[in-house]
Design a binder for this molecule. Sequence first.
Ligand SMILES: Nc1ncnc2c1ncn2[C@@H]1O[C@H](COP(=O)(O)OP(=O)(O)OP(=O)(O)O)[C@@H](O)[C@H]1O
Ligand SMILES: [Mg+2]
Length: 631
Amino acid sequence: MDILSKVKRYREEENELKWEGTFADYLAIVKERPIVAQMAHSRVYNMINSSGLTQRDGQKLYHFFGEEIFGLETSIERLVEEYFHPAAKRLDVRKRILLLMGPVSGGKSSIVTLLKRGLESYSKTDDGAVYAIKGCPMHEDPLHLIPQHLRNDFTKEYGIRIEGSLSPLNTMRLEQEYGGRIEDVLVERILFSEDKRVGIGTFTPSDPKSQDIADLTGSIDFSTIAEFGSESDPRAYRFDGELNKANRGIMEFQEILKLDEKFLWHLLSLTQEGNFKAGRFALISADEMIVAHTNETEYRSFIANKKNEALHSRIIVMPIPYNLKVSQEERIYEKMIRDSDMNHVHIAPHALRAAAIFSILTRLEVPKKQGIDIVKKMRLYDGEAVEGFNQIDVEELNKEFPNEGMNGIDPRYVINRISSAMIRKDVPSINALDVLRALKDGLDQHASISQENREKYLNYIAVARKEYDEIAKKEIQKAFVYSYEESAITLMDNYLDNVEAFCNKNKIRDPLTGEEMNPDEKLMRSIEEQIGISENAKKAFREEILIRLSAYARKGKRFEYNSHERLREAIQKKLFADLKDVVKITTSSKTPDESHLKKVNEVVARLIDEHGYNSISANELLRYVGSLLNR
Ligand SMILES: Nc1ncnc2c1ncn2[C@@H]1O[C@H](COP(=O)(O)OP(=O)(O)OP(=O)(O)O)[C@@H](O)[C@H]1O
Ligand SMILES: [Mg+2]
């Protein structure tokens, strides 16, 4: 479908969702589907739940965040369980400002954006539908029309508790437009939209001198004052501040602690009492979730100031530390690159991983626990198996530093460095070494890195480089061994014949000459040594292989080259050791021999077809591994 048809369909869909009726009609809807009358916090919570969740290893993964926010499962679980859920149940936390506190570029704004976009879509669904008094700039909850003295009766009949009182403007309209007949008041369905300023508000601090409270609570409309005669006539007031517009939905305060105090005081009564003061009117009820974010330094200096105590007690702080999992960090970079204008550049496999290893190391605290270093800790955090450690150790490590993840390198720095690496290189293809080099070069310009950290970070770049070297060698090994699969099979058959003869104390027959010979000890050892089997352990290992072999034979199964995990590893390593020479020769000599060249081309083709390289990065990898092997 072309874009114009899509636009048309979208408009039609929005039109289909339109609904308008009297308050009496609306009550019929509420009777049938009380959920439409839910309050803002409950709507947010139900929206999150409506995307579903999975439980894994005792951790709840909320799908709502899962596609966009990576590695913050623990923080998000806490956010839902300690704020969204109890707030939806009308517990006291909903009367607090939710303050996301975390290091720069750690995903705070992304979480809030996700909530905002989510609400926009959710308000188009049946369960997320929102209705409002028609023509009200604050899209007031129609149930506010029910007079206070009848609300207990209403609750008994409908099972819904009404909070908040009818706004001054609608009180006046009810009298003047509807002659006090609340059942006739027109109600409409509204769709949340940040652009149209419906149900979603955002407030960003700007110059304190010029920032006006009217931005939050609206202002007098001087053009109509003459018409209505008085400043206290609600018709002479524009209810178009962010707090007005966010009614029924969500209100975001960016960098909240940079705001002038006078703004913050408005939030006190709004959060606690559910209302705020605008112009010369009685308090205006508002039902909105207030989400704010800030960084740790600002937060610390805020709470250090005694004057802020009252406000502080009305804030619920949720730490949003950096992600600490390498594989998730890679996904963050992938997403950021996809969303940027550099997504035409080829990024060689493992380049982002190398960067992620570096970033995560800078965020981790060095473990105190015996026998574990920071690299092992990094692996364990990412769910990798590390010999001698298990899940309990991971939990212990987590407890060692409860505030881990509040410092270190941020994703934005990494992405900036990657883009500068792209600019520097004249081919549109960058690899792990380019990325690590760019990260290293940038450390000098990074304003917030202390001298001490700089040295630590340089060391982590070296660690990341070593990790990458291993990955690179394995990659080439895999590609080579594949091209040499036949050789692997021959080598294994050969080994098995010898092991059989060795264990049964037999001779072995030379396939060509038919001559009887002793088992080839040198060949067997050259394979076993690859996986560290000592002279003393060789007999047990060979017997184990033989037992496996006969077990396969008994079941009529073929013993394949990968039927025994360690043997497979040994064979691959042995082959690779032999191949090293081939790699060295073909990558270093100017005129490699033709059969070698053919193999190398096969390997390059394989890297491209199956491992995500392009011809530049595949050749770069090959050369690099060649140089590693030559060391
Ligand atoms: N855990 C994460 N999952 C997904 N994306 C992330 C994560 N952390 C950071 N990002 C990405 O990093 C970039 C910066 O994140 P964001 O703006 O949300 O951070 P922030 O905490 O609001 O930072 P700041 O304090 O600088 O405002 C975004 O592009 C975001 O997508
Ligand atoms: Mg932000």
